[in-house]
Write a protein that binds this ligand. Structure first.
Ligand code: OAD
Length: 245
């Protein structure tokens, strides 16, 4: 059974009303400084500022619903996994890797996405790294860790931090063994995630990019579809399901 892998970025959630990072007008990094808000040094310099920014992002995401793009990807997983059910990572017919921390893929029904940059809702202690679970949206200061007194921070991967070993392993397994790799809504600028489609290409996969704009990946891919995730994915997914039938 051939396998299919999907890599998504902020663009998949744009039609759910969640801002991307690098849009010239509305991108988060056009308005906010990532060195202040998305680095461990930024958190240690001003924990309240960073905590409140993530609480604001959580409140935006809490109001958002998955769009037609997320739902099409969940439908693709259901169709492929019904045909070749397995619990073995090495033989999974479908893997979703997302750089997004918003949880909308799970909300749409995707069962077990590789959350490459972590999860916006989870927290852990900045000092002892103990998991701290979820925190109510009205808490305006980073809570103290009950174990060591350190400050609790969101469990997202910040610039300069390493991706979890488990996420790297699952992602590499998927891109090295897939026959089709679908890349949706990412600027393909942030590594190591941006290297994953290149690994798929080197392993002989067909790489299909869906994005309204060209990216550094565009000249390398087998097929580039210029459009939004919500417009393109329902039809493309129907085509892929038919291909894999
Ligand atoms: P970016 O904001 O860099 O890129 C978003 C991409 O989505 C762009 O290429 C847009 O053209 C495209 N796009 C916009 N609207 C779209 C739509 N409706 N459908 C499809 N595509 C659309 O976001 P990422 O590539 O995800 O990391 O950024 C990667 C990482 O950089 C993020 O995970 C985050 C950020 O800093 C961390 O916070 C660690």
């Amino acid at each position: 059974m051939p396998a299919l892998c999907v890599l998504t970025g902020a663009g998949i959630s744009a039609e759910s009303g969640i801002p991307t990072f690098r849009g010239a007008q509305s991108g988060l990094w056009a308005k906010y400084d990532p060195t202040q808000l998305a680095t461990p040094e930024g958190f240690r310099a001003n924990p309240t500022l960073v905590w409140r920014w993530y609480q604001w992002r959580r409140s935006v995401v809490a109001e958002a619903d998955p769009n037609a793009g997320h739902i099409a990807i969940a439908d693709l997983e259901i169709a492929l996994c019904e045909r070749a059910p397995t619990s073995d990572d090495a033989h999974r017919p479908f893997t979703l890797i997302t750089q997004n921390v918003d949880g909308l893929h799970r909300k749409a029904g995707s069962s077990d996405p590789v959350e490459f940059h972590g999860n916006l809702w989870e927290n852990h202690c900045d000092a002892c790294e103990r998991a701290a679970g979820r925190v109510a949206l009205d808490i305006e200061e980073p809570p103290a860790c009950p174990a060591c007194g350190g400050l609790i921070r969101p469990s997202v991967v910040w610039f300069g931090e390493t991706i979890s070993e488990r996420a790297i392993q699952r992602a590499l397994q998927a891109v090295q063994s897939c026959s089709i790799c679908l890349v949706v809504g990412t600027s393909s600028l942030v590594y190591p995630a941006a290297a994953l489609p290149q690994v798929a290409l080197e392993a002989g996969a067909e790489v299909i990019e869906v994005n309204p704009e060209a990216t550094p990946l565009t000249p390398l891919v087998s097929r580039s579809i210029r459009g939004t995730a919500g417009e393109v994915l329902p039809g493309l997914v129907a085509e892929l399901i038919a291909t894999f039938a």
